[in-house]
Design a binder for this molecule. Structure first.
Ligand code: ADP
Length: 484
């Protein structure tokens, strides 16, 4: 069991509290029952004492001249309740002279504190609860006799408390039993409840550790439809995402390796050709052109990878300055016009007269335009067309690149700007170009929107706000997240 397990916490926070409450209830009900029964017995003794006292008063007045002692004795001896109560007559010296049972209930050494109390109390009544010398528990009430005579000074009523104590004990035992039953139920249901939490949590922990160790296929079976079930779903979702990202990473590594190998093979091939034979100037020139172009392609790819890594750890810096966006767009179009022509793709650029200057990083924006135009050509087939437009709408400059290429499936469209994502593996590319472009445009407070219909074409809309006045505080090096 863990050092501070849920079961221990439940035991301390719930079970011990219930135990304390039940103990308090049992103790309080014991005290209440004790008080209730004892005061009921006391009241009944007191009532009996006043009744007997008034009877004696009647005797003393009604039997003028008769022997009061004889009347008294016969009343005590025939006392109707003598089965459960003893009536005693006490003489003026404080000794028991007559008892209803015929023999002295109290022995000589038994004190009678109730008699002493009665002598001093205003209503002539005394009360005592205690034990006799034989260990028996009694309750006694003494009533001073107001009739003036030489034989009796008081009447004393004594009852044994054993039956009452037994009743109280039985009731308290009953309450204790009920409390124990409640406690047992709380314990059983509490432990079942704790088990129902602890067991799945342990299973979830084991599965999560398995996932952490690299078993990304491992999933947790959702056991319940509550918060624990939700936790299972979240961990499964996390495993899905990890698996997805692991897959994307592997695909990325493989496509980047492939991308790097293609220009390297071309460079190596031409270098060997140029070295091995007596090349004529035309072949030499062609070879050198290929080597230069492929080297540029390689360094472009390495730059893209470096940018991506800069974005990942927040080191991508922007060099904001007042710039002419059309100049950069024009240059990017120019770079690709020849390439498009070679691939039989018609590039149309409707250059506007002029657009307002913006604050931006011209190299980075050119990089974005190159990436988007490169994609438009790359994902178009020979005979296709790419239309580039730039215009102002309100406070924004919009640049649209629309191609008549293969298009993007609707389910892939939301993931297209995600790092490593490639919807189409038949064409070259690392899957990070749009992710980098999106990050750059976001750092210019703009956005990239993509509309596409499979088989019809794709339109990429780059929106950059026109910023006049002070250079905006660039958000440098934000982390590129999976969903960005
Ligand atoms: P890549 O280097 O693979 O082109 P990008 O990040 O530039 O990576 O693009 C991500 C994916 O988006 C591409 O793999 C491709 O499937 C899709 N894509 C981007 N632009 C276009 C386009 N103009 N037409 C069709 N698909 C496109």
């Amino acid at each position: 069991m863990a050092r501070k397990s849920i079961a221990q916490r439940w035991f301390l926070n719930s079970f011990l509290v219930v135990l304390a409450i039940l103990t308090a209830i049992v103790t309080a009900s014991g005290l209440l029952l004790h008080n209730f029964y004892y005061s009921a017995v006391r009241q009944s003794l007191k009532a009996r004492a006043s009744t007997v006292s008034s009877i004696l008063l009647r005797y003393s007045s009604g039997t003028v001249g008769s022997n009061f002692y004889t009347e008294m004795r016969s009343y005590i001896e025939s006392f109707p309740d003598k089965d459960y109560m003893e009536l005693m007559a006490i003489d003026p010296y404080g000794n028991v002279s007559i008892t209803s049972s015929g023999f002295s209930y109290t022995s000589k050494q038994d004190r009678m504190p109730d008699y002493q109390d009665a002598l001093t109390s205003a209503d002539g009544m005394g009360y005592y609860v205690g034990r006799l010398s034989n260990g028996q528990k009694i309750m006694a009430v003494t009533q001073i006799v107001s009739v003036v005579n030489s034989e009796f000074s008081a009447m004393r009523f004594v009852v044994s408390l054993e039956t009452v104590d037994k009743v109280i004990t039985n009731l308290v035992m009953g309450i204790c039993g009920a409390a124990l039953a409640v406690l047992a139920l709380v314990l059983v249901f509490g432990l079942l409840f704790v088990r129902s939490i602890v067991r799945p949590v342990r299973e979830i922990g084991a599965a999560a550790r398995q996932i952490a160790r690299g078993d990304l296929k491992s999933r947790i079976v959702k056991i319940s439809d509550d918060e624990i079930g939700e936790l299972c779903e979240t961990i499964n979702f996390m495993a899905d995402e990890l698996e997805n990202s692991e897959r994307l990473k592997n695909e990325f590594i493989s496509s980047v390796s492939h991308e790097l190998r293609t220009p390297l093979t071309a460079i190596k091939g031409w270098a060997e050709t140029l070295m091995s034979m007596e090349s004529d100037p035309a072949t030499l020139q062609k070879g050198m052109r290929v080597i230069t172009a492929e080297t540029e392609r390689l360094s472009g790819m390495v730059e893209e990878l470096l940018d991506f890594s800069r974005i990942q750890d927040g080191r991508l810096k922007m060099n904001f300055q007042k710039m002419d966006i059309l100049a950069e767009l024009g240059e990017a179009v120019l770079i690709y016009t020849e390439k498009a022509r070679q691939e039989d793709i018609e590039v149309t650029y409707r250059e506007p007269e002029m657009l307002p200057f913006i604050y931006g990083d011209k190299n980075r924006l050119r990089q974005v335009f190159i990436n988007v135009i490169d994609n438009a050509i790359k994902y178009s087939d020979p005979g296709g067309s790419v239309k580039i437009d730039a215009f102002q709408r309100g406070e924004d400059i919009l640049i649209t690149v629309a191609d008549s290429g293969i298009g993007i499936q609707p389910e892939d469209l939301p993931k297209i700007k995600t790092k490593f994502f490639k919807a189409n593996y038949s064409r070259r590319g690392s899957g990070i170009g749009l992710a980098v472009a999106d990050e750059i445009i976001q750092m210019h407070h703009g956005s990239i929107d993509i509309e596409s219909t499979p088989g019809v074409g794709t339109t990429v809309i780059i929106t950059i706000p026109v910023r006049t006045g002070e250079e905006p505080a660039p958000e440098e090096g934000r982390l590129l997240t999976q969903g960005s």
